[in-house]
Design a protein around this ligand. Structure first.
Ligand code: ZN
Length: 157
């Protein structure tokens, strides 16, 4: 069978039931099957569903944004930053120019010690999705060659 493009609405909550994100106020999200556009734990559950199906899906951290990597929580010295930099908790920066270099967030400032964390903000979190499938269709040859879904909610060129 050819690859499919699947559209769905989602509401994402954390373990405590707090709303993290939802597509309901905007367009459904579109993905090309097997292209890694959405987290693997979610794709595995959505792909077999039919249009109109709703499902509650729990995705463990390991199948979402990964477990927290302690080695990415490090302490650096304030002197390693530009002297005119007014560091604030929540500031984000890349340590080098590589495209996939982790983005670090300043999590604590203790005098000269700056604690930074390069984990994804959602790392270590189990995610709770409510999804509703809105669309399923065969991918176009163009989508297959680009490796992503096109159209509203998908990749816009
Ligand atoms: Zn494209």
């Amino acid at each position: 069978m050819s690859q499919q493009v699947i559209g769905f609405h989602y509401t994402l909550k954390d373990k405590e039931g707090n709303l993290i994100d939802t597509s309901v106020e905007s367009s459904p999200l579109l993905y090309l099957e097997g292209s890694g556009q959405i987290i693997p734990g979610l794709e595995k559950e959505i792909t077999p569903l039919n249009v109109g199906d709703k499902k509650d899906i729990e995705v463990k951290a390991a199948d979402a944004y990964g477990e927290v990597i302690e080695d990415l929580r490090i302490t650096v010295q304030k002197s390693q930053f530009p002297a005119d930099k007014d560091l604030q908790i929540g500031d984000q920066f890349q340590v080098n120019e590589e495209e996939n270099a982790p983005i670090f967030t300043v999590i604590e400032i203790e005098g000269e010690n700056i604690h930074i964390d390069g984990n994804h903000p959602m790392a270590g979190h189990d995610l709770f999705f409510e999804v509703e499938v809105t669309e399923k269709r065969a991918a176009t040859p163009e989508e297959v060659s680009h490796g992503h879904a096109h159209g509203e909610g998908g990749h816009q060129h």
